[in-house]
Design a protein around this ligand. Structure first.
Ligand code: KG4
Ligand code: ZN
Length: 334
């Protein structure tokens, strides 16, 4: 089954063609056009600007990916939420129009489900699966007994992990998007330089909280405001902050895994691009005899191949929407 997948929930316009046979997926093409340069000037994503940029790019990207009559495409998958409503609407309206004109099934996909399914692109993880979702807007532990079965075991009470990376980056004067910049700076610093709190690490549940950690970084920076120009000091802050967040994520994930005993642990969302998190989680899972799956690096950040992967497993279960009635759900959750 060949799927055309469309993603426009935030600041990436993405189009992919994905071919699925049984449990095996092949990405035939994956185009991602990032708007980072445009939003960097505002210090964050401006929804109306994102929507305008999606509109400018989306049709030419689709034209590069498929024949004008849609020949060879069996279904169209599109991110219906969560995300920025004006941005989501562009992808959803284009997908609805193509599904209606080509008479193909329209498959709405949850963006978070897409991040999880990025892990199915190369090798299918064995069920049951425990997914750690760490994106700009979400931090969640989700248990899956099978395709399409999502049980949320825990989430953040305040900031998401990616949001904490972005806010700390801003405090350190790093450019948007902050996560990759903190990751790079941290590589030059000592993770033991500052003892930042590991929020809720000792609580025996799957809940997270990162706003206290962010505040602890802010106080440390205020205390040392004369050292802000010192690159080594800033690198130590970045490394110590990253260490606190990674240790908390890994500890909570492994504790939850000890309770629900998954066969596979999968990492999902933009923060999955973080090298330290990838290494640490892999180390911890191998230690306990579980199989760890990481999304291929190019499918960790927002892309449409992951939406195609999730869409494929929905399509084989015959889950589709009325092409004229689908509406955006910007608060959709798993
Ligand atoms: O999944 P994603 O691309 O967009 C959302 O669905 O939110 O995630 C974006 C988030 C941002 O907060 C970004 O700073 C973070 O992922 N991120 C990283 C890294 N690369 C992206 N955080 C830490 N280390 C990275 N290397
Ligand atoms: Zn995302």
């Amino acid at each position: 089954m060949r799927i055309l997948a469309i993603e426009s929930s935030c600041d990436e316009t993405a189009i992919a063609i994905l071919n699925g046979i049984d449990d095996s997926l092949r990405v035939e093409s994956s185009l991602v056009r990032s708007q980072i340069d445009i939003h960097a000037a505002y210090g964050g994503v401006v929804p109306e600007v994102a929507a305008r940029e999606h509109l400018e790019m989306i049709t030419s990207m689709i034209a590069r990916s498929v024949r004008p009559d849609g020949a060879g495409i069996d279904a169209i998958a599109v991110t219906a939420g969560p995300g920025l409503a004006p941005a989501l609407r562009v992808g959803v309206e284009v997908a609805k129009t193509l599904a209606w004109a080509w008479k193909k099934p329209l498959i709405p996909v949850c963006h978070l489900e897409g991040h999880i399914y990025a892990n199915w692109i190369e090798n299918a993880p064995e069920f049951p699966v425990l997914a750690l979702i760490v994106s700009g807007g979400h931090t969640e532990l989700v248990f899956m007994r099978d395709h399409g079965s999502f049980e949320r075991l825990g989430e953040t009470l305040d900031d998401a992990a990616g949001e904490a990376f972005d806010k700390v980056a801003k405090m350190l004067g790093l450019p948007y998007p902050g996560g990759p910049a903190v990751d790079r700076l941290a590589a030059q610093g000592s993770p033991k330089a500052f003892a930042f709190p590991r929020p809720m690490i000792n609580r025996d549940d799957a809940m997270f909280s990162f706003s206290g950690l962010k505040t602890a970084v802010l106080y440390e920076l205020r205390k040392n405001d004369t050292r802000m120009a010192d690159e080594a000091f800033r690198a130590d802050i970045a490394a110590s902050f990253q260490e606190a967040i990674v240790e908390t994520l890994v500890e909570k994930t492994m504790r939850t895994a000890g309770k629900c005993m998954p066969k596979s642990i999968v990492l999902a969302g933009g923060v999955a691009a973080n090298a330290t998190l990838r290494d640490r989680l892999k180390e911890a899972t191998e230690h306990r005899g579980m199989t760890m799956h990481l999304p291929p690096f190019q499918y960790s950040l927002d892309n449409a191949a992951m939406i195609g992967a999730a869409g494929y497993f929905r399509a084989v279960r015959d889950i589709s929407a009325d092409p004229l009635a689908l509406v955006v759900d910007s608060n959709m959750d798993i």
